[in-house]
Design a protein around this ligand. Structure first.
Ligand code: ATP
Ligand code: HMH
Length: 273
């Protein structure tokens, strides 16, 4: 049987923990066919990012268009987009193939700005392009708290500011905003907040005491995209993504000398070959 298809528009992490490698791993574990429009190649391990080569913007757009035309895309997500020119090209290509809230294909914009270790993955002057080019096209945006601060100026410290941040993000035009709580390290649990301005959903979850959360945002967004690709509504798709990431953080593992990755392998391990 042909599985549903999901396109990730993202950068490569040579260490295999985050970026398109995390996306493909997660999409596979969720039973969907993953496709990639590569935006950048990072020279990266568990310690940090030491180099970035950005892919020409027209090549990013072409990757989106060729897979959409031939294979078909049932949901799409973004990760690292590197620069404003790529963002503009992604917006144009998405419009041409129907990806986005005004087309028929659900579109998650994960506004990746930096790696877990703080290395910059998006040029400073590209923030505005994210807000103006991609947020209005997004079915769902999924910033972490550092990205919320950069995009809205709001410092999220509790449930009230989390909701304020969601409203500020929604003002840029996405249908839904998910304000992730992974970086709210002063609290014992990890409650993400999903809102479309009228429906507000708390997504509760435990906080595991681990530094091995490399790729957690990519994994959450990809697991959510796997559900949107099958016609699941946003709140249920995000609830699935949250359950998926909780198990994946629980089973995260140490690798190298820095931050190890979250692991979606739990989903594949119930049967022996
Ligand atoms: N220590 C943890 N224990 C449990 N869940 C976590 C933990 N850290 C992050 N999460 C969950 O993982 C998901 C991603 O959250 P986070 O805010 O860390 O995103 P991110 O910073 O974009 O991730 P990335 O590490 O890929 O950059 C959220 O659902 C969050 O609640
Ligand atoms: C390529 C890439 N994308 C995303 C992230 C953030 O998780 C990362 N560290 N590297």
């Amino acid at each position: 049987m042909t599985p549903p298809t999901v396109l990730t528009i993202a950068g490569s992490d040579s260490g295999g923990g985050a970026g398109l490698q995390a996306d493909l791993r997660t999409l596979f574990a969720c039973g969907v066919h993953g496709m990639t429009a590569v935006t950048a190649v990072t020279v990266q391990n568990t310690i940090g990012v030491t180099g970035i080569v950005e892919i020409p913007a027209h090549v990013v757009a072409d990757q989106i268009e060729v897979v959409a035309v031939d294979i078909g895309v049932q949901a799409a997500k973004t990760g690292m987009l590197a620069n404003a020119e790529i963002i503009v090209a992604v917006a144009g290509a998405c419009d041409r193939v129907g990806i986005g809230k005004d087309g028929h294909i659900p579109f998650i914009v994960d506004p990746v700005c930096a790696s877990m270790g703080g290395d910059q993955l998006l040029r400073d002057d590209a923030l505005d392009a994210l807000r103006t080019e991609l947020f209005p096209r997004a079915t769902l945006v999924t910033p972490n708290l550092d990205e919320v601060r950069l995009l809205t100026g709001i410092d999220v410290t509790d449930r009230k500011t989390q909701e304020q941040a969601a409203d500020a993000l929604l003002a840029y035009g996405p249908e839904w905003a998910l304000v992730k709580a992974g970086h709210m390290r002063n609290v014992d649990d990890c409650v993400d907040l999903l809102s479309n301005g009228t429906d507000v959903h708390e997504l509760p979850g435990p906080r595991f005491d681990t530094g091995n959360t490399h790729g957690s945002g990519d994994t959450l967004a990809s697991a959510t995209a796997s559900q949107l690709a099958q016609g699941v509504a946003v709140p249920a798709a995000v609830a699935f993504g949250k359950r998926f990431i909780v198990r994946s953080v629980r089973d995260s593992y140490s690798l190298g000398k820095g931050h190890g990755p979250v692991s979606p392998f739990w989903r594949l391990s119930s049967e022996s070959v």
